[in-house]
Design a protein around this ligand. Structure first.
Ligand code: PNS
Length: 178
Protein backbone atom coordinates (compact mmCIF):
# COMPACT_ATOMS: atom_id res chain seq x y z
CA UNK A 1 0.00 0.00 0.00
CA UNK A 2 1.45 3.39 -0.91
CA UNK A 3 0.77 6.81 0.59
CA UNK A 4 0.62 9.30 -2.28
CA UNK A 5 -0.40 12.20 -0.02
CA UNK A 6 3.04 12.71 1.52
CA UNK A 7 6.46 13.04 -0.08
CA UNK A 8 8.83 10.11 0.31
CA UNK A 9 11.46 10.71 2.99
CA UNK A 10 14.90 11.72 1.79
CA UNK A 11 17.26 8.75 1.96
CA UNK A 12 20.40 10.46 3.23
CA UNK A 13 23.53 8.39 3.86
CA UNK A 14 26.82 9.19 5.51
CA UNK A 15 30.25 8.19 4.12
CA UNK A 16 32.65 8.57 7.06
CA UNK A 17 36.42 8.31 6.98
CA UNK A 18 39.78 9.87 7.66
CA UNK A 19 40.40 10.71 3.99
CA UNK A 20 44.06 11.43 4.68
CA UNK A 21 44.14 11.78 1.74
CA UNK A 22 41.23 11.02 -0.56
CA UNK A 23 41.86 8.26 -3.16
CA UNK A 24 40.11 7.12 -6.34
CA UNK A 25 38.84 4.20 -4.24
CA UNK A 26 36.91 6.61 -1.99
CA UNK A 27 35.53 8.47 -5.00
CA UNK A 28 34.30 5.22 -6.51
CA UNK A 29 32.35 4.46 -3.32
CA UNK A 30 30.84 7.99 -3.26
CA UNK A 31 29.80 7.65 -6.89
CA UNK A 32 27.96 4.41 -6.18
CA UNK A 33 26.37 5.77 -2.99
CA UNK A 34 25.02 8.73 -5.00
CA UNK A 35 23.44 6.31 -7.47
CA UNK A 36 21.73 4.35 -4.68
CA UNK A 37 20.53 7.11 -2.33
CA UNK A 38 19.08 10.64 -2.48
CA UNK A 39 21.81 12.49 -0.59
CA UNK A 40 25.35 11.63 0.44
CA UNK A 41 27.18 13.37 3.28
CA UNK A 42 30.93 12.76 3.18
CA UNK A 43 32.28 13.40 6.67
CA UNK A 44 35.88 13.62 7.82
CA UNK A 45 35.92 12.21 11.35
CA UNK A 46 38.32 14.17 13.53
CA UNK A 47 40.59 11.89 15.54
CA UNK A 48 42.47 14.04 18.06
CA UNK A 49 44.81 11.19 19.00
CA UNK A 50 45.90 10.52 15.41
CA UNK A 51 47.98 13.14 13.67
CA UNK A 52 47.40 13.03 9.95
CA UNK A 53 49.60 14.00 7.04
CA UNK A 54 46.96 16.58 6.11
CA UNK A 55 44.96 18.81 8.43
CA UNK A 56 41.19 18.39 8.49
CA UNK A 57 40.65 21.66 6.51
CA UNK A 58 43.12 20.39 3.89
CA UNK A 59 41.29 17.06 3.61
CA UNK A 60 37.98 18.91 3.28
CA UNK A 61 39.45 21.11 0.56
CA UNK A 62 40.55 18.07 -1.47
CA UNK A 63 37.16 16.40 -1.05
CA UNK A 64 35.29 19.58 -1.97
CA UNK A 65 37.48 20.04 -5.03
CA UNK A 66 36.85 16.53 -6.33
CA UNK A 67 33.13 16.52 -5.51
CA UNK A 68 32.30 20.05 -6.65
CA UNK A 69 30.45 18.84 -9.74
CA UNK A 70 28.72 15.86 -8.13
CA UNK A 71 25.10 16.65 -7.26
CA UNK A 72 23.51 15.61 -3.96
CA UNK A 73 26.85 15.34 -2.14
CA UNK A 74 27.91 17.45 0.84
CA UNK A 75 31.30 17.49 2.55
CA UNK A 76 31.86 18.26 6.22
CA UNK A 77 33.81 17.24 9.33
CA UNK A 78 32.79 16.06 12.78
CA UNK A 79 34.50 15.39 16.10
CA UNK A 80 32.75 12.69 18.09
CA UNK A 81 30.90 9.44 17.63
CA UNK A 82 29.74 8.62 14.14
CA UNK A 83 26.31 7.62 15.48
CA UNK A 84 25.82 11.11 16.95
CA UNK A 85 26.60 12.65 13.56
CA UNK A 86 24.18 10.22 11.87
CA UNK A 87 21.45 11.15 14.35
CA UNK A 88 22.00 14.89 13.78
CA UNK A 89 21.85 14.36 10.02
CA UNK A 90 18.83 12.06 10.26
CA UNK A 91 20.76 9.65 8.10
CA UNK A 92 19.24 6.43 6.79
CA UNK A 93 22.53 4.56 6.96
CA UNK A 94 26.30 4.65 6.85
CA UNK A 95 27.91 3.60 3.55
CA UNK A 96 31.43 2.21 3.51
CA UNK A 97 33.64 0.54 0.95
CA UNK A 98 35.13 -2.89 1.61
CA UNK A 99 38.31 -3.84 -0.22
CA UNK A 100 39.06 -7.28 1.16
CA UNK A 101 38.27 -9.93 3.74
CA UNK A 102 40.55 -8.09 6.14
CA UNK A 103 38.48 -4.92 5.79
CA UNK A 104 35.28 -6.88 6.10
CA UNK A 105 35.98 -8.18 9.61
CA UNK A 106 36.72 -4.71 10.95
CA UNK A 107 33.82 -3.06 9.11
CA UNK A 108 31.34 -5.62 10.43
CA UNK A 109 32.59 -5.00 13.96
CA UNK A 110 32.11 -1.24 13.59
CA UNK A 111 28.73 -1.74 11.92
CA UNK A 112 27.57 -3.91 14.81
CA UNK A 113 28.81 -1.37 17.36
CA UNK A 114 26.96 1.46 15.61
CA UNK A 115 23.81 -0.67 15.49
CA UNK A 116 24.24 -1.49 19.19
CA UNK A 117 24.82 2.17 20.14
CA UNK A 118 22.02 3.81 18.19
CA UNK A 119 20.41 1.41 15.72
CA UNK A 120 22.44 2.98 12.92
CA UNK A 121 22.63 0.60 9.95
CA UNK A 122 25.61 0.18 7.63
CA UNK A 123 25.67 -0.64 3.92
CA UNK A 124 28.97 -2.19 2.82
CA UNK A 125 29.86 -1.79 -0.84
CA UNK A 126 32.64 -3.92 -2.32
CA UNK A 127 35.15 -1.57 -3.90
CA UNK A 128 35.94 -1.82 -7.61
CA UNK A 129 38.45 -4.70 -8.10
CA UNK A 130 40.88 -2.22 -9.66
CA UNK A 131 40.85 -0.28 -6.38
CA UNK A 132 41.00 -3.20 -3.94
CA UNK A 133 44.66 -2.59 -3.02
CA UNK A 134 44.36 1.19 -2.63
CA UNK A 135 44.43 2.74 0.84
CA UNK A 136 45.39 6.20 2.03
CA UNK A 137 48.08 4.67 4.26
CA UNK A 138 49.71 2.75 1.42
CA UNK A 139 49.48 5.73 -0.92
CA UNK A 140 51.35 7.85 1.65
CA UNK A 141 53.97 5.17 2.28
CA UNK A 142 54.64 4.51 -1.40
CA UNK A 143 54.74 8.22 -2.22
CA UNK A 144 57.06 8.91 0.71
CA UNK A 145 59.63 6.52 -0.79
CA UNK A 146 59.28 7.96 -4.27
CA UNK A 147 56.89 5.37 -5.71
CA UNK A 148 54.37 6.25 -8.39
CA UNK A 149 50.85 6.79 -6.99
CA UNK A 150 49.61 8.95 -9.85
CA UNK A 151 46.97 6.38 -10.87
CA UNK A 152 45.64 6.05 -7.33
CA UNK A 153 44.69 9.63 -6.41
CA UNK A 154 43.28 12.59 -8.38
CA UNK A 155 45.88 15.02 -9.73
CA UNK A 156 44.79 17.74 -7.28
CA UNK A 157 45.52 15.35 -4.40
CA UNK A 158 48.76 14.18 -6.01
CA UNK A 159 50.05 17.77 -6.18
CA UNK A 160 49.29 18.35 -2.51
CA UNK A 161 50.79 15.01 -1.53
CA UNK A 162 54.04 15.79 -3.33
CA UNK A 163 54.20 19.26 -1.79
CA UNK A 164 53.55 17.96 1.72
CA UNK A 165 56.10 15.15 1.44
CA UNK A 166 58.64 17.63 0.08
CA UNK A 167 57.97 19.88 3.08
CA UNK A 168 58.41 16.98 5.50
CA UNK A 169 61.63 15.89 3.77
CA UNK A 170 62.95 19.39 4.39
CA UNK A 171 61.88 19.08 8.05
CA UNK A 172 62.87 15.47 8.90
CA UNK A 173 62.10 15.95 12.63
CA UNK A 174 58.43 16.30 11.67
CA UNK A 175 57.76 12.64 10.81
CA UNK A 176 54.04 13.03 10.14
CA UNK A 177 54.64 15.78 7.68
CA UNK A 178 52.90 18.55 9.49
O1 PNS B 1 39.06 6.04 7.01
P1 PNS B 1 39.06 5.29 8.31
O2 PNS B 1 40.17 5.78 9.21
O3 PNS B 1 39.09 3.79 8.12
O4 PNS B 1 37.66 5.63 9.03
C1 PNS B 1 37.34 5.11 10.31
C2 PNS B 1 36.21 5.94 10.92
C3 PNS B 1 36.64 7.40 11.00
C4 PNS B 1 34.98 5.83 10.05
C5 PNS B 1 35.90 5.39 12.34
O5 PNS B 1 37.08 5.37 13.08
C6 PNS B 1 34.83 6.20 13.06
O6 PNS B 1 33.67 6.02 12.82
N1 PNS B 1 35.28 7.12 13.94
C7 PNS B 1 34.40 8.02 14.68
C8 PNS B 1 34.35 7.68 16.16
C9 PNS B 1 33.40 6.51 16.39
O7 PNS B 1 32.22 6.60 16.18
N2 PNS B 1 34.00 5.37 16.79
C10 PNS B 1 33.27 4.13 16.98
C11 PNS B 1 33.17 3.37 15.69
S1 PNS B 1 32.29 1.87 15.89
Amino acid sequence: MSDTSSAAPVRRVVCPGSYDPLTWGHLDVFRRAVALFDEVVVVVLVNESKRGLFSVPERLDMLAHELADVPHVRVTSFAGLLVDFCRAEQATAVVKGVRSGGDFGYEVQMAQMNDHLAGVQTVLLPTAPSMSFVSSSLVKEVARFGGDVSALVPSYVLDRLRTRLQESAERPDDQDGR
